[in-house]
Design a protein around this ligand. Sequence first.
Ligand code: F6R
Length: 264
Amino acid sequence: MQIVILQDSAAVAEYGANLFIQQLQKKPASVLGLATGSTPVSLYQRLIAANRSGEVSFKQVTSFNLDEYLGLDGSHKQSYRYFMNSQLFDAIDIDKANTHVPPGDADDPIEACDRYEQQIVKAGGIDIQLLGIGRNGHIGFNEPSSGLMSRTRVKTLTKATIEDNARFFSSDEYQPHLSITMGIGTILDAKKVVLLATGENKADAIKASVEGALSAACPASALQLHRNVILVLDEAAASKLSDIEFYKHIELENQKLMQRLGKA
Ligand code: F6R
């Protein structure tokens, strides 16, 4: 795992956005795996700015989101489709027909999960997958106890996740307790994975993911198996790692090596 520790959330968003910009400059027809939640919002703002300035185009991009609430259609303000349209897609030159969010309103959600997997394969697989992380170590809506090789499926949300996300719903609004989510195995199939985490409330989950055992108790620990994963953390999210100085040292050594090889 590559661990990058930066001063604050702004630096994390900037670093994460640059990874996506580099990917799109290298391969304009990239397949992007995208996430919702608070963490990626600043990264998306940076991508919007890069699109407006002509640094990158999304015209040839295909995207797949990690998850969606089951029971909400895309016009619902709390749906992840609505979030993606308003936070990113409406502001960039992407063809919305090429953007995919699991269908929360599917008549047959189980069949819809299989179709989602097939669509990812048909698009050529995900080149770069963006992730946030839940306080309990979830990635997508793969809650603790999720199978480490799981595929896109219907998942029940934990009480902790429902409470964490309650802030987005008004008191008279229905808050779903089921979701459709890419599985951990689906995420591990991405060619590159970029996980962003900011704030002290993520510090326990980051410690368990990086230094804990590979375990369904912490779904993000499955990323230890991935060959090309980068965790971009602010100081607060990294604060419970046992050897922060060592991770920073490794990163400096990596940068020196890349510079020497002309790949920085
Ligand atoms: C969202 C998602 C979730 C979030 C996680 C962190 O698509 O898959 O796993 O990444 O719940 O959410 P925030 O960023 O709001 O702390």
